[in-house]
Design a protein around this ligand. Structure first.
Ligand SMILES: Nc1nc2c(c(=O)[nH]1)N[C@@H](CN(C=O)c1ccc(C(=O)N[C@@H](CCC(=O)O)C(=O)O)cc1)CN2
Length: 296
């Protein structure tokens, strides 16, 4: 392993400290406490862990956390009615509906029913459009965390070749928009991309977000490239359940200049950026200056 390890866990702790500082100032100077509502439908074990973690970290940062846990068979109408109540609740500055939703619920309909100003996930079609046109928006947490790590590690990204592997609405597409916003030359590669190894080999920055365990081997990586691994895949290895990314860490780490580990890379940044987005949303709705360094 010759690559520098980009420690997302440590970086996320610095973001949470900044968030806590802003929250304390909002309270002391304006008597405002940012509030985050998280909605979980069903009992997906991983989602339960993430929602618990979001609630805990929200409270630790000094904000109010409102958790809404709904049964798996909750109707779409009942979920929309809850979102309507949260949209109209002034103590709630951020709303997040944990994904994935049960199959009987239309995810797009639900996301687009959230007030865009409170859409701390940045998934609402208005925020997607604002980001795509370079305007002020709420930025999806995982890509925002990746961008922060890239800027911290590389400084100016302008002119660099970036390849994003994966074209999801949650990570791949917004990640590409953010890299474009920082003047990278961006390629989105996906399952139908021809000669994907050659495409990835041209990149100074590789963001892997495909959801396929260890799909990217070291010989796809340009020597010295910065590799951000968004994948969180649970696999069985040597009779044990382990968490691996979309990149083969062992071989890529020998070629890359820097690489994020899994776990402890992008994952912790996702929740830290959610807290940051909640403070940003609270400042915007109250007409206050936005915290510096916590948005794109
Ligand atoms: N509404 C949303 N739903 C989902 C999002 C999202 O951003 N908004 N992202 C993912 C899940 N997610 C947050 O919700 C998330 C995933 C992983 C981590 C994390 O810290 N992972 C750890 C490993 C944890 C483990 O052992 O399982 C790591 O990588 O170190 C945080 C948040 C899908 N749904």
């Amino acid at each position: 392993m010759s690559a520098t390890i980009i420690d997302g866990k440590a970086f996320a702790a610095t973001i949470r400290d900044k968030v806590a500082g802003h929250v304390a100032r909002l309270s002391e100077e304006h008597g405002i406490t940012p509030g985050l509502a998280v909605v979980l439908v069903g009992e997906d074990p991983a989602s339960q862990v993430y929602v618990r973690s979001k609630g805990k970290q929200t409270v630790e940062a000094g904000m109010s956390s409102y958790e809404h846990k709904l049964e798996e068979d909750t109707s779409e109408a009942d979920l929309l009615a809850l979102i309507d109540r949260l949209n109209n609740d002034p103590s709630v500055h951020g709303i997040l509906v944990q994904l994935p939703l049960p199959r009987h619920i239309d995810e797009d309909l639900v996301i687009n029913s959230i007030d865009p100003v409170k859409d701390v996930d940045g998934f609402h079609i208005s925020n997607v459009g604002l980001l795509g046109t370079g305007q002020k928006s709420m930025v999806p947490c995982t890509p925002l965390g990746c961008l922060m790590m890239l800027r911290a590690h590389l400084g100016n990204l302008s002119g660099l070749d970036a390849v994003v592997i994966g074209r999801s609405n949650i990570v791949g597409k917004p990640m590409a928009q953010l890299l474009l916003g920082d003047s990278c030359t961006v390629t989105i590669a996906h399952s139908r991309t021809r000669d994907i190894a050659d495409v990835v080999r041209r990149a100074d920055i590789v963001v892997a977000a495909v959801g396929r365990p260890e799909m990217v081997p070291g010989d796809w990586i340009k020597p010295g490239a910065t590799v951000i691994d968004v994948g969180i895949n649970r696999i069985e290895r040597d009779g044990r359940n382990v968490l691996v990314g979309d990149v083969d860490f062992a071989s890529a780490g020998k070629v890359a200049g820097a690489i994020t580990p899994v776990p402890g890379g992008v994952g912790p940044m996702t929740i830290a950026c959610l807290l940051a987005n909640t403070v940003t949303a609270c400042c915007r709705v109250n007409g206050l200056a936005e915290p510096e360094g916590l948005t794109a």
